[in-house]
Design a protein around this ligand. Structure first.
Ligand code: ADP
Ligand code: ASP
Ligand code: MG
Length: 596
């Protein structure tokens, strides 16, 4: 008999009436001939209330006790749900994470699932019961209760669907489905009917709170059919599928993190091993870095900047201070008044001019861009926090996302004949997944070397709105596929920008850029004709902080200096000297046990 997993979020089980409505849905699925597993979150704002209660007692609650406390929210919900189902005439059994056998590692408050037992659930399903599973929690080897991180019930649901081979995993929530951006911020946001795993993974990881990003990792890895739908109506919601072509759109959605923080390590040595040290310090604390930008300064020193969610800032600064102490050089700067706004779309793999269009939209809305970082299917810009909503709205309408039908390709936003090389091969991915020892382990399925790129760097640009828009609009006019773009935060009122282009387009690109730079005589244009870009591909690469750590350690061990970095959940790329490309590729393949 087929299994259906239905997950109900906090607002969807907030009171008795909603609990009964959710129970009715599960019963309907059962009566339609399915075995049903429900995954239930804590009611309403229960988890927030428990967090506040702990904060009234201590500023630093022990993580183990925090998990003990927060897991009670879900326990309350599952008991009430099982009662509701019985009241409505079906058999049900509630189970905590431990009772199911959801085993995790011991990193309290952000634990990862290691394995899930299916025997007890199967026995209950075979006995005709609806299984009501507590979301968000598990148990470690020592029987300590753990939690998976805020929003983690989505991950419980897709993980259970994966191990049970469910026909579908339905996520019932308080909106009609996945929107082009948070509908609470942009009222014109539009529900999308379908979205690809990769796009959903990036959107979730870049702040779209509708799904826990790790749940999409499970869904993609184990090919779980996933649907996000409203709990208050019969709406069909949004289907998450392997490949989507949302009516020919290049950009699918806009995500943002309002409370982001930036950190810079300045005056640090410019030599192999420095990035490795920084990434390993952060990985020890499971802090995922985003928007990593590095600049080679003068006199053998370098500067690295990145962003983290503001709630991780204190730990990040401790880790950064440790790194600086070990390097015996440099200092740490940070800023908190910033937000990260990102555009995501699989069409970026094959279209030019997308970055230009985003920067143009921000410039027209009078928003200055502090930092830029791009990856295969996303572009992120760091902006002043007071401009966050304005920036989200500008990017959303800049790409015409509120419109029911996509506009024809705009000028400089054309499909190119030379798409970015190397999308992850599906078969390879599945071979790697089959080898995984634990359920939420890292998936790195492929490493690629692209030796046909050049790097362009412009230093000393004015730190003012519209600069990036002008430069990338000019490049787009030449129909040139710009890949990695990074712009560092300016500490001196001057911004530094680097990007890569196919080598065959370098001359044309330089001509176009030189023309624009006439407006800013202080700007210095440099380029490197021959660079090597190395990428590792997989699933969940940014949030599994161990991937960056391993990658940079491998490069450091081979004495390879990293020149540019770009990270995302599906691809992590570094630029190195061209003559070190082959060696770096071998080293990376060995590190991630990828066969030639
Ligand atoms: P649940 O309690 O059901 O897990 P969440 O609050 O975690 O619900 O997620 C649903 C909320 O996510 C919506 O109310 C919406 O405000 C927010 N959200 C953010 N980005 C998006 C988006 N792109 N599409 C839909 N909802 C979004
Ligand atoms: N109750 C937890 C939270 O509020 C988990 C969840 O709802 O997914 O974060
Ligand atoms: Mg949620």
């Amino acid at each position: 008999m087929s299994v259906i997993v239905q997950k109900f979020g906090g607002t969807s089980v907030a009171d008795a009436e909603k609990i009964l409505a959710a129970a009715r849905r599960a019963i309907a699925a059962k009566r339609a001939g399915h075995q049903v597993v429900m995954v239930v979150s804590a009611r309403g704002k229960k988890t927030d209330e428990l967090v506040s209660l702990a904060a009234e007692i201590t500023d630093s609650p022990p993580p183990r006790e925090m998990d003990m406390l927060l897991s009670t929210g879900e326990q309350e919900s599952v008991a009430l749900m099982a009662m509701a189902i019985r009241e409505l005439g079906e058999e049900a059994i509630s189970m905590t994470g431990a009772q199911i056998g959801i085993y995790t590692d011991s990193s309290h408050t952000k634990a990862r699932i290691r394995s899930i037992e299916t025997d007890r659930m199967r026995a209950a399903l075979e006995a005709g019961k609806i299984v009501v599973a507590a979301g968000f929690q598990g148990v470690d080897d020592e029987f300590n209760i753990t939690t998976l991180g805020r929003g983690g019930s989505d991950t419980t649901a897709t993980a259970l669907a994966a191990v049970l081979g469910a026909e579908e995993c339905e996520i019932y929530t308080d909106v009609d489905g996945v929107f082009t951006t948070d509908p609470r911020v942009v009222s014109e946001a539009r529900k999308v009917d379908q979205i690809s795993y990769d796009e959903m993974l990036e959107l979730a990881s870049l702040g779209a709170g509708v799904m826990h990003s790790r749940s999409i990792e499970f869904a993609k890895k184990y090919r779980v059919p996933l649907r996000i739908r409203p709990s208050y109506s019969e709406g069909v919601g949004t289907l998450v599928i392997p490949e989507s072509d949302e009516a020919g759109r290049v950009v699918t959605g806009v995500a943002f993190v309002r409370d982001e923080a930036r950190v810079s390590l300045v005056d640090i040595p410019d030599r192999p091993g420095v990035m490795s040290l920084i990434f390993s310090k952060m990985a020890q604390r499971k802090i995922p870095l985003d928007m990593v930008v590095q600049d080679v300064g003068t006199g053998g020193t370098a500067e690295v900047s990145f962003t983290v969610p503001e709630k991780e800032l204190a730990e990040t600064l401790t880790a950064a201070d440790e790194a600086v102490r070990e390097l015996k050089a440099g200092s740490v700067l940070h800023g908190t008044n910033v937000s990260k706004v990102s555009a995501v779309g699989a069409g970026m793999r094959t279209h030019t001019g997308v970055a230009a269009q985003m920067f143009q939209a921000l410039a027209e809305a009078d928003v200055n861009i502090g930092m830029i970082s791009t990856s295969e299917i996303k572009i992120s810009a760091l902006v002043d926090r007071e401009c966050c909503e304005q920036a989200v709205r500008a990017v959303h309408s800049g790409f015409g996302l509120e419109k029911e039908t996509a506009e024809g390709p705009s000028v400089g936003w054309r499909r190119t004949e030379t798409p970015l090389t190397g999308q992850p091969g599906e078969d390879l991915e599945h071979e790697v997944i089959a080898r995984l020892a634990t359920m939420e382990d890292i998936v790195v399925s492929e490493a690629l070397l692209d030796a046909d790129q050049s790097r362009v760097t412009i230093r000393n640009l004015p730190d003012q709105k519209g600069v990036a828009a002008k430069i990338f609009s000019a490049v787009a006019e030449g129909d040139i596929m710009v890949d990695l773009i990074v712009q560092n935060i300016s500490h001196s009122g001057r911004a530094h920008l680097s990007f890569t282009v196919p080598r065959k387009d370098l001359e044309a690109c330089l001509l176009l850029v030189r023309e624009v730079l006439e407006e800013w005589p202080d700007a210095e244009l440099t380029f490197e004709r021959d660079i090597a870009k190395l990428s590792v591909m997989g699933i969940g690469l940014r949030s599994h902080t161990g991937v960056g750590e391993k990658l940079f350690r491998a490069l450091a061990d081979a004495q390879i200096n990293v020149r540019m970095i770009s990270t995302s959940e599906i691809r992590m790329s570094v630029v190195v000297d061209v003559d070190q490309g082959e060696k770096a590729l071998r080293q990376i393949k060995e590190t991630f046990s990828l066969t030639e």
